[in-house]
Design a protein around this ligand. Structure first.
Ligand code: MG
Ligand code: ZN
Length: 284
């Protein structure tokens, strides 16, 4: 093939149809404490605090694993991930969840081997058999300085590093898929010939709509996870088939205008207007 395709996925509300942190907190009965503490501390250390609370309530690592197996994931996403991998795409996860949660879910659905790398908050099990969750970026010692992202991870910075690391062996094109404000930050690192697949009516969508000229990538939005599976596969197929035939490539793409007149946010379709980046809404 002439050029490789790297697909970078957000995890929560993208690969899975919920937030894995909220899922565990709700399912294992510490939601009240979580809600009480949320205004007082950042999300990432709060999740570590929640693991301590679960441990104190005699919830085991096994209980957390079992709970993660029940996380909803659409079968179309699972099959689209398998197909994209079979097409030869290099699949990666870039997530503000943690490696324990993501590993457990991807393993349960038999797709962990489709991914070459998972960039997320690290975790470990301590000597008391308590799950500990650490920040990806040590924000105590230094700030990454990005206002779109939480203090523990700037997805734009990580995307930049991924881009640099894979470009060493030839030209690569990227697809980025996500729903949150940090996913917009990652999307800003995309270039001509890349694709951004934002979840419609989620924070990334609001940021794209307010700043339509900021990303150079082609944008194909999606609403629900089953739709994402189809759009992802169309984009991958169009890319590889379009490598040989530009005509087929353009015919196979799902145009962003096909579902909603107001949804066109590609730079060329808009008059030039550039707002200052709005402050992102808090993570929910
Ligand atoms: Mg997400
Ligand atoms: Zn950022």
């Amino acid at each position: 093939m002439a050029a490789g395709m790297v697909v970078v996925f957000d995890f929560d509300k993208t690969i899975i149809d919920c937030d894995s942190d909220n899922w565990v907190v709700d399912e294992l009965g510490v939601k009240d404490l979580f809600t009480q503490l949320l205004p007082t501390m950042p999300w990432n250390p709060l999740m570590d605090r929640m693991m301590t609370a679960l441990h104190a309530r005699r919830k085991t690592i096994q209980d957390i694993s079992e709970c993660l197996k029940r996380v909803p994931i659409h079968p179309n996403i699972v099959s689209a991930i398998k197909s994209a991998h079979a097409f030869g795409c290099d699949l990666r996860v870039l997530s503000d969840a943690n490696d324990f949660f993501i590993d457990a879910i991807l393993k349960h659905h038999g797709i962990i081997d489709c991914f070459s790398e998972i960039k997320t908050n690290p975790s470990f099990i301590d000597e008391q058999r308590r799950l500990r969750i650490l920040p990806f970026h040590d924000f105590i010692s230094s700030s990454h300085g990005c206002t779109l992202c939480p203090p523990n991870m700037c997805k734009g910075l990580v995307m930049k590093k991924i881009r640099a690391s894979v470009s060493a062996d030839g030209k690569k094109h990227f697809i980025y898929v996500g729903d949150g404000a940090p996913d917009f930050c990652a999307g800003l690192k995309l270039e001509e010939g890349d694709f951004l697949l934002p979840r419609k009516n989620y924070p990334i969508w609001d940021l794209i709509s307010a700043n339509p000229l900021l990303t150079k990538a082609k944008i194909y939005e999606w609403n629900e996870c089953d739709e994402l599976g189809t759009i992802l596969l169309n984009t991958v197929k169009a890319f590889f088939i379009g490598d040989k035939s530009g005509k087929e490539r353009s015919n196979r793409l799902v145009p962003i205008d096909c579902k909603s007149q107001s949804s066109s946010v590609s730079a060329s379709a808009h008059d030039a207007f550039q707002n200052a980046l709005p402050v992102p809404p808090p993570r929910q």
